[in-house]
Design a protein around this ligand. Sequence first.
Ligand code: NDP
Length: 485
Amino acid sequence: MSYDPQPQASHYIGGAYVEDSSGTEIPVIYPATGERIATLHAATPAIVDQALAAAEAAQKVWATWTPRARGRVLTRAAQIMRERNRELSELETRDTGKPLQETLVADATSGADALEYFGGLAAGLTGEHIQLGDDWVYTIREPLGVCVGIGAWNYPTQIACWKTAPALACGNAMVFKPSETTPLSALKVAEILTEAGAPAGLFNVVQGMGEVGAALVTDPRVAKVSLTGSAATGKRVYAAAAAEMKHVTMELGGKSPLIVFEDAEIDNAVSGAINGNFYSSGQVCSNGTRVFVHRSIKEAFLERLTERLSGIVYGDPLDEATNFGPMVSERQMQIVQGFIEKGVAEGARLVAGGKRLEREGFFLEATIFADVTDDMTIAREEIFGPVMSVLDFETEDEAVTRANATEYGLSAGVFTRDISRAHRVIRSLEAGSCFINSYNDAPVEAPFGGVKASGVGRENAHAALEHYSQLRSVYVRMGDVEAPF
Ligand code: NDP
């Protein structure tokens, strides 16, 4: 191990590390070996209070900065994050088990993209002028206040930055609670923002399980809650926030369709299916886990797909040659194993994988089921692991109807050479983030988020600014005021 992943303390509040060891112990486990690499403590009510008070005070000052000055802090943070990419990626790999080959290009780099992008947009945050004869209205885009971010464990750095960058650009402060499974990287984001010139208290990190999240969500000082997590948690958090009319962004789970038509370029479609099922060992919310393949090419598709599995390199995630890491935790591995057993029991054809690797750590094989039917558990429920379900279809209408027959609506993809069909089918799929002849691209310039049970609001792009600000309108009368009496 090149350095010690144990942070100076569990929380980061008011521009400094803070500890309160009376909070419940949070062991941090390296998923590739099962060894404990750090020990943190969950926030006590006093820590939660301290973080919210710090955020509230910092926000009042930050909102008076010019947007350009705010943007400069974010772009400086982006630059520092890129300079430290390797160190941050190694930490992310230890925290999540994702291969360094991935974290070097998809985590701190994606976080830096968001900081840079929203840093650049900050100065463009303006209201509008609406002329009404002699009178006129002007609008002011204002911050919401203190925002709470709650993260899932699959992309800890990215999630922290995707929420924080637009929030800060708009003049808000943030209290962020990472998943207790991956608590380390958000602390590094906090260090970097302080170094880049963010006022003390602008970005705070508190650790803890669901109850810490719940305490943050219900606090009257909080104006907005942005959660990345499961649909079940999302419904609970949304309801708690709604009780006090708080703003929300909900980035939740999915069971997204990837439709491969008979005229698709098969190798590209196979690559899309691999990216959309096995990247990060399948622990990606937008994954295309229901792969609908036209019956006429099903066997060719499966043959090519299984051949490509020989390119998998399981192993030490810190070795850059490794391209397939473990599940994030023993519990997540067991959940996924349960789904694989159900797939077999319900009659799906196991084409590849299905087993735990005989080595230390929480490794599962890349698993492919064929002849999956819509009623099977593996076709209905989000698995969040390396399990691809291949279903076959005959007609375009049938594929669209079946693809939409889910409570979720996060993503959808289509592979075809027929451009009219590509656009027609994408328009008829119920999903927020869609792909044509590709899968799972998520540049910061594109709005990201779901419909139906997959969430509300959008992250990234200009759209995110709408979700971290509110409009004040001011009517200006130039003449006399008429009144009925
Ligand atoms: P969970 O829904 O279990 O948890 C998400 C976060 O919410 C965690 O930090 C959790 O704390 C916290 N939490 C749990 N209960 C409450 C509560 N009552 N009030 C406030 N906060 C609470 O999700 P996972 O961490 O297991 O992540 C996997 C899920 O995330 C998948 O379903 C996946 O689809 C979804 N996801 C969605 C993405 C998207 O952008 N749409 C991206 C990535 C993942 P803790 O776990 O520490 O107890």
